[in-house]
Write a protein that binds this ligand. Structure first.
Ligand code: NDP
Ligand code: HEM
Length: 483
C-alpha cells in the first residue's frame, strides 16, 4: 500500500480500475452496467465550455492593488482610499484568435481586471491601448466578423479587415497603434494597460469627475518587430502565457503604476475633443496622468480552467464612488458581458470562486442550474420578515441631467473632433523615425499577406493612411505599389 489516495467516482465511491473497462471475459464486449467508465466518457464529452467569442486565448494571475496617494477628493470608492490594498485578478488575451491561437500575433491585447473590494467586485475590462476601432456598439459584431474567418474558406482575410477599417475611418487611431510595434508586445509584462473608456468618479461630498485609467508597466515597454513576432510565433505558440507563469514562479513579480487622468465634470461639455469618444485620448498636456498606486501580480492560478477559463469580467460591476459615463461603447458593454457569461458559463457564474465577491451576497435572485448557495425565505421584496433591504444612499450623487430627442446619430462634434487628427499626432510627434519605418513596413506586410488586400481596395487603404499623414501614405504606397 502507498499513501496515495484511492480513485473514486464523482459520487465518492471507490473506483474499480484506472485501466480496465468491465467486459464479458478478457476479450468479450463491454457492459452498460459499468457506470464508472460511462461516467468518465460522458464527463469528458462535456469538458469544454464554449470559448469566449472574442479574447479566447489568454492567461492570468492574481495580485494586489496598493494605493499610495490620496485621491479621496475625487472618489469615495473604498479600493482607492490611501494605503488600501485590494486583491485582484488580471487576465491578458489576444482578441481575434481561438483558444489555441499563438500569443505573439499582431492584435490588441486584453487587460481585464477584477478587484475583490470590500464593497463588492469592481471590474475594469480594458486593453493595452487607450482607444478602440469603433465608437458605437452597433458596429462591434461587424468589426469582429471582419477579424475572424471568412464564410467560404474559413480563413482569416486581410482584405476583409482593411475593407472594414477603411469603411470606418473612426478606426484610424487604433489601427495606427495596432500596426506599430505596440501591436506585437514582447511579453504581457512589457505593455501598458488602459481602462480605455471615460468613467465617472464621485467623492464623499457628491462632486463628480470624469476619469481615465492608465496602468504603466514598471518593466518598461518592449515590443517585437514584425519579423521577431513571426519567428516567435513559429517557435512557441504559448510564449506570453509561459513568460508570465515563469516570471511569477521565479519570484519576479511584474507591476504596473496606476495613473489617472481626472477632468472636472463641467469641463466635458466644451472640451476640444468629445471626452466620451473611445477613439480619442485626452492629451496629457490637457489632463496630466497622476500616479496613485501600484498593481503587482504575485500568484499564478492553480487551475487554469477553474480560474482563467471560467473568469467572467463585466464592465457593469461598479462600486459606490465609480459609475458609467455616456460613452456609447461602454453603455453597450454594460449589457453584453453578463449576457455572454450566462450563455458561456451558466446562470450562476457569479458563484464560482474566481468570480465570487469577497463580501457576503444578499440577493433576491435564486435557483437556476448548478446553484448551491441559494437564498432562503423571504424570497421577495418588499417583505416584513427580515429580508435584505436596498440602500440607495451610496449612489445618490451619481445622477446627472440628460435631455434630447431620440435619434440614431453620430456624436455631436466637439471643436477638434475628427478621425485622423490624433493618429496624425501620434505619427508625427510621438513615434521615432525607426517607429515610423516599422509602422509603414508592418502595414505593407499586413496588406500583402494572409488574404492580401486586392487591387480594388488598395487605393482606399493608401488614402486612409494619407489622411493620417501624407508621408505615411507615401511610404505605404511605395511599399505596396513600388511608387
Ligand atoms: P504625450 O507626448 O504627452 O504622450 C504620448 C503618449 O504616447 C505617452 O503616453 C507615451 O507613453 C505614449 N507612446 C510613446 N511611444 C508610443 C508609441 N510608439 N506608440 C503608442 N504610444 C506611444 O502626448 P499626448 O498626450 O498629447 O498624446 C499624443 C499622442 O500620443 C496621442 O494622439 C495618442 O496617439 C498617443 N498617446 C496618448 C496617450 C494619452 O493618454 N494622452 C496614451 C498613449 C498614447 P508610454 O510610452 O508610456 O505608453
Ligand atoms: C471580451 C463584447 C468592446 C475588452 C469580450 C466578450 C464579449 C465582448 C462578448 C467575451 C466575454 C467572455 O466570454 O467572457 C464586447 C462588445 C464591445 C466590446 C459588445 C463593444 C460594444 C471592448 C472594448 C474593450 C474590450 C472597447 C477594451 C477597452 C475586452 C476584454 C475581453 C473582452 C479584455 C476579455 C475579458 C477576459 O479576459 O475574460 N468582449 N466587447 N472589449 N473584451 Fe470586449
Amino acid at each position: 500500500m502507498t499513501d496515495r489516495p484511492t480513485t473514486t467516482t464523482d459520487a465518492g465511491i471507490v473506483a474499480p480500475s484506472d485501466e480496465f473497462s468491465q467486459s464479458v471475459g478478457p476479450n468479450g464486449p463491454l457492459l452498460l452496467q459499468d457506470h464508472y467508465v460511462i461516467q468518465k466518457m460522458a464527463q469528458f464529452n462535456r469538458e469544454r465550455v464554449p470559448e469566449r467569442v472574442v479574447h479566447a486565448k489568454g492567461g492570468a494571475a492574481h495580485g494586489v492593488l496598493k494605493i499610495t496617494e490620496d485621491v479621496s477628493q475625487y472618489t469615495k470608492a473604498d479600493l482607492f482610499q490611501p494605503g488600501r490594498e485590494t486583491p485582484m485578478f488580471l487576465r491578458f488575451s489576444t482578441v481575434a484568435g481561438e483558444l489555441g491561437f499563438p500569443d505573439t500575433v499582431r492584435d490588441p491585447r486584453g487587460f481585464a481586471i477584477k478587484f475583490y473590494t470590500r464593497e463588492g467586485n469592481y471590474d475594469l475590462v480594458g486593453n493595452n491601448t487607450p482607444i478602440f476601432f469603433i465608437r458605437d456598439p452597433s458596429q462591434f459584431s461587424d468589426f469582429i466578423h471582419s477579424q475572424k474567418r471568412r464564410a467560404d474558406t474559413h480563413l482569416h482575410d486581410h482584405d476583409m479587415q482593411w475593407d472594414f477599417w477603411t469603411g470606418t475611418p473612426a478606426s484610424a487611431h487604433q489601427v495606427t497603434f495596432l500596426m506599430s510595434d505596440r501591436g506585437t508586445p514582447k511579453t504581457w509584462r512589457n505593455m501598458n494597460g488602459f481602462g480605455s473608456h471615460t468613467f465617472m468618479w464621485i467623492n464623499r461630498g457628491g462632486e463628480k469627475f470624469w476619469v481615465k485609467y492608465h496602468f504603466k508597466t514598471d518593466q518598461g515597454i518592449e515590443n517585437f518587430t514584425g519579423s521577431e513576432a513571426a519567428a516567435m510565433t513559429a517557435e512557441d505558440r504559448d510564449y506570453h502565457i509561459r513568460d508570465l507563469h515563469e516570471a511569477i514562479k521565479s519570484g519576479n513579480h511584474p507591476s504596473w503604476t496606476l495613473e489617472m487622468q481626472i477632468m472636472p465634470f463641467e469641463a466635458a461639455a466644451d472640451y476640444r475633443f468629445n471626452p466620451f469618444d473611445l477613439t480619442k485620448v485626452w492629451p496629457h498636456g490637457d489632463y496630466p496622468a497622476i500616479p496613485i498606486g501600484t498593481m503587482t501580480l504575485n500568484r499564478n492560478p492553480d487551475n487554469y480552467f477553474a480560474e482563467v477559463e471560467q473568469a467572467a469580467f463585466e464592465p457593469a460591476n461598479f462600486v459606490p464612488g465609480i459609475a458609467a459615463s455616456p460613452d456609447k461603447m461602454l453603455q453597450g458593454r454594460l449589457f453584453s458581458y453578463p449576457d455572454t457569461h450566462r450563455h458561456r458559463i451558466g446562470t450562476n457564474y457569479l458563484q464560482l470562486p474566481v468570480n465570487r465577491p469577497a463580501v457576503p451576497v444578499h440577493s433576491y435572485n435564486k435557483d437556476g442550474a448548478m446553484r448551491y448557495d441559494n437564498p432562503g425565505d423571504p424570497v421577495y421584496a418588499p417583505n416584513t420578515y427580515g429580508g435584505p433591504v436596498a440602500d440607495p444612499s451610496p449612489f445618490a450623487d451619481e445622477s446627472y441631467g440628460v435631455t434630447g430627442e431620440i435619434v440614431r446619430s453620430a456624436y455631436r462634434l466637439h471643436a477638434e473632433d475628427d478621425d485622423f487628427g490624433q493618429p496624425g499626432t501620434l505619427y508625427r510627434e510621438v513615434l521615432s523615425e525607426t517607429d515610423r519605418e516599422h509602422l509603414a513596413a508592418n502595414i505593407v506586410d499586413h496588406m500583402t499577406s494572409d488574404g492580401p488586400v486586392g487591387d480594388a481596395l488598395r487605393p482606399k487603404v493608401i488614402e486612409y493612411w494619407t489622411n493620417v499623414d501624407p508621408d505615411l501614405g507615401a511610404r505605404v504606397s511605395k511599399g505596396v505599389n513600388g511608387s
